[in-house]
Design a binder for this molecule. Structure first.
Ligand code: ASP
Ligand code: MG
Length: 408
């Protein structure tokens, strides 16, 4: 069971969550619970660091940020004791979560869950501080990147062979689109790991992307549900052949993207490699990439990236401009993306055509198009994103389960 920050924001909420954990234990389940930092604690700690230093040292940043989750998990143990349960809290390193050394965005490389297993065998509820681990090489405290408690929970579930990883949050599950934008968006009772991976990568914020990768790679069934009501939420599982497949399951969007265009790139082997190596070395997360056909030995290259990495990306490219000999760099900081996701797209033609038709009718200009077998993404101006999401939700009737399965 994993509980997000809003579910443990104050004493009453912590007691409520303790009640949920206690009833799971009382029903006979053995429970490991991962908790996030309370409310906006992590934001507060980040702010504190920025008040002290312009460039906080990443190792010390992790020492600081990892405290939020420790607080929640110790408090949760106390609340469970008061309900008459045996419960023990663990930091990430005590729980045996080993990572690489990339401070503030570490990756889990190994889990040695012996202490957790022993705690369970001794009749305890095991509480684990989310979002943190210890680097395998130098034994420092690390954190897994914002939203990383989801990853802690899924990785632990995989390591101990849990039946299910329940993600408790302040919404009732995964919706066909962001309900703040589409008022008739509906809860998806079931979605595949692959579809959820595309949703998370393309802007759905309900689960950290890496947690979904773990769930897919280790086949961990996820159940995203509310901390405040007992209704079932959304099950995220491996696809089974007999599962009825939606053609379009949902729409994800991003509004905080930017686009860089490099013109007059030499049209010869190795140039794209050099450009993207420079960006990768600067740890810039490049997304959709388009290169047009060259003419006169020159080509243009465009790609998207998160808005907050734009400044660094431009600096990085300026620094290699002379070496690579391209003509110019232009940037657009008004970029958004809208993505249709659906496993049934694989075998149903016409979805892209319909998507583009709907956008054309709304006079929304498409800047770039990017697809996978189960997703179609358009890059558009940020101001058009909400309108595009609403029009597509409406045109594909995503509020109707029957329509999701049988469209076009
Ligand atoms: N507390 C961390 C954050 O706010 C990790 C998490 O909540 O999953 O990003
Ligand atoms: Mg979260």
């Amino acid at each position: 069971m994993k509980f997000g920050g809003s579910s443990v924001a104050d004493a009453d909420k912590i007691r409520n969550v303790a009640g949920r954990i206690a009833s799971a234990a009382e029903s006979g389940d053995r429970v490991v619970a991962v908790v996030s930092a309370r409310g906006k604690t992590t934001d507060g700690l980040v702010q504190l660091a920025n008040e002290i230093s312009e460039r906080p040292n990443p190792r010390e940043m992790d020492m600081l940020l990892s405290t939020g989750e420790r607080i929640s998990c110790a408090l949760m143990a106390m609340a469970l004791h008061d309900l008459g349960h045996q419960a023990v809290s663990f930091t990430g390193s005590q729980a045996g979560i080993f990572t690489d050394s990339a401070h503030t965005k570490a990756r889990i490389v190994e889990i040695r869950a012996d202490r957790i297993k022993d705690a369970l065998a001794g009749g305890n509820i095991a509480l684990v501080a989310g979002f943190q681990g210890m680097s395998l090489d130098d034994k420092n405290v690390t954190t897994l990147g914002r939203g990383g408690s989801d990853t802690t929970a899924v990785a632990l579930a995989a390591a101990i062979g849990a039946d299910v990883c329940e993600i408790y949050t302040d919404v009732t599950g995964v919706f066909t689109a962001d309900p703040r934008i589409v008022t008739d968006a509906v809860l998806l009772p079931r979605i595949s790991h692959e579809e959820m991976l595309e949703m998370a990568a393309m802007g759905s914020r309900i689960l950290a992307l890496r947690s979904v990768e773990f769930a897919r790679n280790y086949d961990v069934p996820l159940h995203v549900r509310s901390s405040f009501v007992t209704d079932e939420g959304t099950w995220i599982t491996k696809e089974t052949p007999d599962m009825e497949q939606a053609i379009v399951s949902g729409i994800a969007h991003k509004s905080d993207e930017a686009k860089i265009t490099i013109t007059g790139v030499q049209d010869q082997p190795g140039v794209a490699a050099a450009i993207f190596t420079a960006l990768a070395d600067a740890l810039i997360n490049v997304d959709t990439i388009i290169q047009n056909m060259g003419s006169d030995g020159r080509a243009d290259l465009s790609f998207t990236l998160p808005l907050d990495e734009l400044g660094r990306a431009l600096e990085t490219l300026e620094a290699v401009k002379d070496a690579l000999g391209f003509a110019s760099l232009t940037a657009d900081d008004q970029i958004g993306k809208v993505t249709l996701v659906g496993a049934g797209m694989k075998s149903n033609p016409g979805i892209a055509a319909k998507m583009f038709r709907v956008l054309a009718e709304k006079d929304i200009n498409i800047l770039m198009i990017d697809t996978s077998t189960i997703r179609i993404t358009v890059v558009i101006n940020r101001r058009d994103v909400e309108r595009a999401v609403r029009s597509l939700h409406d045109a594909f009737d995503l509020e109707s389960e029957a329509a999701r399965r049988a469209h076009v």
